[in-house]
Design a protein around this ligand. Structure first.
Ligand SMILES: C[S@@+](CC[C@H](N)C(=O)[O-])C[C@H]1O[C@@H](n2cnc3c(N)ncnc32)[C@H](O)[C@@H]1O
Length: 277
């Protein structure tokens, strides 16, 4: 049983997550300049240049005729790809801002989906509704991530597949943030967990070891996990919407990308999880 004070804490935390992403959807400030087809095309092009592993992982091309739910649609680039592929599509996000972005985007391209504001921790769908549930960079922001994963399991049909990206704890992004905020910030007592929760994106963001992720998805019958080095780990992009400054600009110039790719490829921020019910 969850007590009333714990329930209040989860609600307060969720409000903070909502407020953070309702201020600007993911990538909006850096990559979306307008709300017409060209602007959405440009944002999508940059997204898949920076994150080229998404299309294959998401399986857009295999989605025709499948019942797909995307949780945390954000600016809607991936949702557009599912719609173009002919998926029978639902999409939710905690924020009206993201739902509006995605609705505008789909309408600009004459595409359709059932979009709604909704909470990953309380999905408003019957058991066994979907062939695939997709959530890219979403569930680790929700205060009760295990509850969100159990909801994904519940709404999947038998043998349906979850495709989920969450953050990996032992990542270069995490270590850089730890160096910046723990060491240089003279707060050496801060753990990596504190660092992700306070400094990466929305308040309370979590990151998991591979073993912890396996535990999180232990109700599934088959789980495949891999990690990827990201543009963030390689300082190849504008990083997150919270991060800028002289130190970051300097690090971008001298970052040893080739040795990192060769010797530290396991220290990527993104953990790609494919889990079959
Ligand atoms: C980092 S963005 C990712 C958006 C998109 N998937 C992408 O890759 O660009 C995280 C998104 O998850 C949404 N989100 C966070 N917690 C959520 C929850 N409990 N239920 C539904 N969406 C949530 C946020 O509103 C935000 O749009």
């Amino acid at each position: 049983m969850v007590g009333a004070s714990e329930q209040n804490r989860v609600q307060t935390d969720k409000q903070q997550v909502h407020d953070f992403w309702n201020e600007a959807s993911c990538g909006e400030n850096f990559y979306l300049h307008g709300s017409d087809r060209q602007a959405y095309d440009r944002q999508a092009r940059q997204r898949y240049e920076l994150e080229p592993y998404i299309p294959e992982f998401a399986g857009f091309d295999l989605a025709r005729g499948k019942r797909v739910l995307e949780i945390g649609v954000g600016l809607g680039a991936d949702h557009q790809r599912f719609a173009q592929a002919g998926a029978d599509l639902n999409g939710i996000d905690l924020t009206a801002r993201a739902v509006d972005h995605t609705a505008r985007r789909l309408s600009a391209f004459g595409l359709a989906s059932r979009l709604a504001v909704g909470d990953a921790e309380r999905l408003e769908f019957p058991d066994e509704s979907f062939d695939c549930v997709y959530a890219w960079g979403v569930l680790h922001h929700s205060p009760d991530t295990p509850k969100a994963v159990s909801e994904v399991w519940r709404v999947l049909k038998r043998a349906g597949e979850a495709k989920v990206m969450i953050y990996q704890k032992w990542s270069l992004v995490g270590l850089m943030l730890w160096f910046r905020y723990s060491l240089l910030g003279l707060q050496p007592w801060l753990s990596l967990r504190d660092i992700y929760a306070r400094y990466l994106e929305s308040p309370g963001t979590k990151a998991y070891s591979v073993a912890e992720a396996r535990q999180l998805f232990s109700a599934f019958s088959e789980v495949r996990i891999r990690t990827v080095l990201t543009h963030g780990d390689l300082l190849d992009s504008m990083a997150g919407q919270r991060h800028h400054g002289v130190l970051l600009s300097l690090a971008r110039k001298i970052w040893p990308r080739a040795p990192i790719k060769r010797y530290f490829s396991g220290l990527g921020l993104f953990m790609l999880i494919e889990a079959r019910k």
